[in-house]
Design a protein around this ligand. Structure first.
Ligand code: NDX
Length: 256
């Protein structure tokens, strides 16, 4: 029977923080090699169509916490806060697993990164789900606490920006097309990494709403993972398009 081991949560969260720093040191100077940063553009071997790849990669982040939530015995009926927060996490990954991949017009994804991406999603899905379902304790009025309400608001705002920006990116291509164009509209007016900005806001919102170490570790990981990628996207655009809007920043509107 599963129960809460605070030491396990601490260890897994610390490892996630360490992975974030590793990620930062690896990908600050050279971008992770998928999408527009893959060097050998026409090598079909060792890659999977974007649809399958994103579906397989993100599935564990939905499945693992959803199963933990469903299989917990006896079912944890209280407090409402824990279940609600776990559902938020699953909601994001429901979108990322069952909706996002089926509309993507992205190029085939490298198998090697897919493998690490999947491992990461199992790890993080377990950590967030396990913590919220077996360890977290919130007062009964957590749903009216300023941390919960402001975090939830940020989460929803970030998710909205992320989904809208991914939609704008998708509309840059006709089906079957693989070229890159200058993203326009929405938050792309201000930053090159509008979808990443949304995702980062979303996970910091989640961290504030859960007020938990695992969620802060994941928000930090997200920042270290896609923050540098936004910077590399920005440099790619400046190098590729001479008419790229000069006032546009990399990740944070008006700042960086
Ligand atoms: N998946 C998160 N690390 C990652 C995959 C890679 O969800 O070994 C992290 C995630 C994984 C990573 C994952 C974890 C760490 C890994 C890493 C690889 C190495 C690394 C495993 C799990 C690793 C250590 C060392 C720790 C072990 O052709 P295309 O594909 O470029 O087309 C793109 C298109 N597009 C354009 N189309 C026309 N014109 C343009 N100018 C275009 N620009 C882009 O739009 C795509 O089809 C689409 C989006 O592209 P892009 O590059 O903007 O976003 P992408 O990076 O593909 O992310 C897609 C979404 C996005 O909303 C983002 O916020 C979210 O997923 N995401 C992505 C990565 C991680 C993450 C969220 C998170 O950490 N929360």
């Amino acid at each position: 029977r599963m129960q809460c081991y605070p030491g396990l949560v601490l260890a897994l969260s610390s490892l996630l923080g360490a992975l974030a720093l590793l990620q930062l040191s690896l990908y600050l100077r050279v971008p992770s090699r998928y999408g527009k940063h893959e060097e050998r553009l026409c090598r079909p071997r060792g890659r999977l169509p974007a649809r399958c790849a994103w579906f397989l990669q993100e599935l564990p982040s939905f499945l693992v916490p959803a199963l933990l939530l469903a299989l917990r015995s006896p079912p944890r009926l209280e407090p409402l806060g824990c279940r609600l927060l776990c559902c938020l996490f699953c909601w994001h990954y429901f979108y990322r697993t069952f909706i996002y991949p089926f509309f993507t017009r992205g190029r085939p994804f490298p198998l090697q990164l897919l493998f690490f991406g999947m491992l990461f999603c199992i790890y993080n899905g377990f950590l967030q789900g396990y913590y919220l379902i077996y360890c977290a304790e919130y007062p009964n009025d957590w749903c009216t606490d300023i941390r919960f309400t402001s975090g939830l608001l940020l989460f929803l705002l970030g998710m909205g920006i992320n989904i809208h920006s991914d939609l704008l990116l998708r509309q840059l291509r006709k089906p079957g097309e693989v070229t890159y164009k200058i993203p326009q509209g929405g938050l792309f007016t201000y930053v090159s990494g509008a979808n990443y900005f949304g995702e980062i806001v979303e996970w910091f919102g989640f961290a504030i709403a859960t007020w938990s170490l695992p969620a802060f570790a994941f928000a930090f990981f997200t920042l270290c993972c896609i923050g540098p990628r936004a910077y590399h996207h920005h440099r790619y655009y400046l190098k590729t398009f001479t008419d790229y809007p000069k006032s546009r920043k990399a990740l944070i509107p008006f700042v960086f």
